[in-house]
Design a protein around this ligand. Structure first.
Ligand SMILES: Nc1ncnc2c1ncn2[C@@H]1O[C@@H]2COP(=O)(O)O[C@H]2[C@H]1O
Length: 222
């Protein structure tokens, strides 16, 4: 390409460059929102490029790129509408903002949907050492005692998971866990949570990362 030709057409090449970089970035995105938005930007630029680069507009390319813009714009609108219609309680909003920020709003909604909120009273037993654990618990507000071989090892307060070991390793509980004051807990029955995570690999990764962080915090306490 001669310098003269390049200088004559530089706005077109710039548009092509933006389209190409946007498409590349879209392929590298984990977030469906950004993937769709970048695809819209990329395909819109390609439409302009194909409309202006030749002596005649390239109608076949313009049509296929326009369809990509249309499909992604519709899907993005649906995504926005779905996110907007999700309603969380005050407790759930706080949890989402502080602890479950790795999840998208819709993923968190699905997580909350299979979960149950309950206020446990002092003396309630969450897990029994050597017994199967029915659920994965998250302490929202309160305190529980961890008891191993009838000996209290420590107490855990807000922000800790309980039952994450048996959930991850599919084993019996390694401790009795007993609530020692009225404690607000969000819990997920193990089987239902496993099913949900099987259908949503991104959620599985996010929860595993949270459990890893939780275990690291617990190791520091020991
Ligand atoms: N040493 C410990 N420190 C913190 N938490 C513990 C400790 N031992 C047991 N737990 C918690 O008690 C739970 C008992 O059930 P899990 O073994 O599934 O998961 C265990 C942890 O959540």
């Amino acid at each position: 390409m001669s310098l003269e030709l390049f200088l004559d057409n530089w706005p077109n090449y710039l548009i092509y460059f933006i389209a190409y970089v946007s498409a590349l970035s879209a392929f590298g995105c984990n977030s469906i929102f950004w993937l769709r938005l970048l695809t819209i930007i990329s395909s819109s630029c390609f439409v302009i490029y194909y409309a202006t680069i030749g002596t005649e507009p390239l109608w076949l390319d313009i049509t296929s790129e326009s369809l990509l813009v249309l499909v992604n714009a519709v899907m993005l609108t649906l995504l926005w509408y779905r996110q907007k219609s999700i309603q969380f309680t005050e407790e759930e909003k706080e949890l989402y903002a502080t602890v479950f920020a790795r999840f998208s709003a819709f993923e968190f909604y699905k997580l909350i949907h299979v979960g149950h909120w309950q206020t446990f009273e002092a003396g309630d037993v969450l897990t029994k050492q050597g017994k199967k654990v029915p659920a994965l618990y998250f302490i929202y507000n309160g305190e529980v005692d961890i008891i191993v071989d009838n000996c209290k090892k420590l107490s855990l307060r807000d922000g800790y998971f309980i039952g994450e070991l048996s959930f991850t390793l599919d084993q019996a509980a390694n401790a009795d866990v007993i609530v020692n004051q009225p404690t607000r807990i969000l819990y997920w029955p193990q089987a239902e949570l496993q099913q949900l995570l099987k259908r949503n690999p991104a959620m599985k990764n996010a929860l595993e990362a949270m459990i890893t962080q939780d275990l690291a915090k617990k190791l520091r306490q020991d």
